[in-house]
Design a protein around this ligand. Structure first.
Ligand SMILES: C[S@@+](CC[C@H](N)C(=O)[O-])C[C@H]1O[C@@H](n2cnc3c(N)ncnc32)[C@H](O)[C@@H]1O
Ligand code: SF4
Length: 375
């Protein structure tokens, strides 16, 4: 069982906070990217044909692809790989690119999960973030997607915005909850070097949120969303029962993931695991495919020690945490035996229940610091 991640490295314009690899598509670049992706999939299938449980169109802005492009990619997947009958097939979408027509087309092409980057329900904030849509448009597109038959929709919200009060965050949350999405992603604004927001901060025109305000907002979101029946199942992710993102769960559980499209990352569990990546370089991507070579390059080969660390690093991001017995079966020793010093330093911050180690959301706030004990 495996996932397939397809990276679409195009966006109409750069949002003011984002440093993901993407650029506006030039000329008929989307058409040629689509043709290259088809060749990429054929090359992968010559080497490895696992049963696909999930397919994830991520980006960038995959909703720049037309429904017929999505349909041909998915029909190639069906021809090249065995695909599980209940496979989760997700599309990341920017509301500014969605219309009733393309939503209908995506649904009939086989997309059964939409992840919509709403980011905020406040127009001034959307302007600050450099989004192309306003709040009313995002709300409208959600309602249309729902009435067309999308039954699994995730919404992304950015919090810890400069100057955002708890009351303002609450107003955002109320609007999100009114829509009742099955899944919610919450991302604390991170100021990335080189972005427009970083420039405003460097010029003193904007001030970054304090750690205290960030923590207060995060825990507020945790309390409100869990009170509404959402399960806080990963640092940034909440789901109604039965609606966790299966594709991302595969990533946190180190399950195999095939990768296609420049900028995509994949995972091959051979040995202790190999992480591979297709370079963020469209010209090199094309040259490799023209030469009939798989464009994926080895990013990291894991030995036992690195695989143990990554199992803890990814597993402890989730509420399921890490099962002691599974860990011992894979690596020959229980986590506390393999990492005695880390367990000693973490003390009561790391919990153990039903044979699983896990952190609570209060500890997730300090994740980078706490997990560094294992590194
Ligand atoms: C790669 S984007 C894909 C979604 C789609 N491109 C869109 O923006 O509508 C995934 C999510 O990452 C989050 N994100 C990206 N950069 C961020 C940043 N600097 N700080 C916080 N969240 C960020 C946004 O919430 C975004 O929806
Ligand atoms: S947030 Fe999404 S739409 Fe905006 S630049 Fe990043 S990937 Fe593109």
């Amino acid at each position: 069982m495996a996932g397939l991640y397809l990276h679409v490295p195009f966006c109409q314009q750069k949002c003011h906070y984002c440093d993901f690899f993407s650029a506006p598509p030039l000329g008929d670049q989307l058409t040629s990217w689509h043709q290259l992706l088809e060749r990429n999939l054929h090359l992968i299938a010559q080497e490895y044909r696992p049963l696909l449980e999930t397919v994830f169109f991520g980006g960038g802005t995959p909703s720049l692809l037309t429904p017929s492009q999505i349909a041909t990619i998915l029909s190639s997947c069906q021809k090249l790989f065995p695909v599980s009958s209940g496979a989760e097939i997700s599309l990341e979408a920017n509301p500014g690119t969605l219309t009733v027509t393309n939503l209908k087309g995506y649904l009939s092409a086989g997309i059964n999960r939409l992840s919509i980057g709403v980011q905020s329900f406040d127009d001034e904030t959307l302007d600050l973030l450099g989004r192309r849509h306003n709040a009313a448009e995002a709300r409208q597109i959600f309602i249309q997607a729902r009435s067309l038959g999308f039954t699994n929709i995730s919404l992304d919200l950015i919090f810890a915005l400069p100057g955002q009060s708890l009351a303002a965050l609450d107003r955002e949350l109320e609007q999100l909850l009114e829509l009742s999405p099955e899944h919610v992603g919450i991302y604390g604004l991170s100021i990335e070097p080189g972005t427009h927001l970083a420039k405003l901060i460097n010029k003193g025109q904007l001030r970054e949120t304090t750690d205290e305000a960030y923590a207060e907002a995060y825990l507020h979101l945790h309390r409100r969303l869990t009170a509404e029946g959402y399960d806080h199942y990963e640092i940034s992710n909440f789901a109604r029962p039965g609606y966790r993102c299966r594709h991302n769960q595969g990533y946190w559980q180190r399950k195999p993931c095939l990768a296609a499209g420049a900028g995509a990352h994949g995972f091959n569990p051979t040995g202790y695991g190999q992480r591979n990546a297709i370079p963020n370089d469209l010209l090199r991507y094309q040259q490799k495919l023209d030469a009939g070579e798989n464009p994926a390059e080895l990013l990291e080969e894991f030995d036992q020690q690195l695989a143990m660390v990554e199992t803890l690093y990814l597993g402890l991001r989730t509420s399921d945490g890490v099962d002691r017995t599974d860990f011992a079966q894979k690596f020959g020793s229980f986590p506390e035996v393999a990492f005695p010093a880390a367990f000693h330093s973490l003390g009561s911050k790391l919990h153990l229940e039903k044979n699983r180690y896990f952190f609570n959301p209060e500890e997730w706030l300090l994740y980078d610091h706490l997990i560094s004990h294992f590194l």
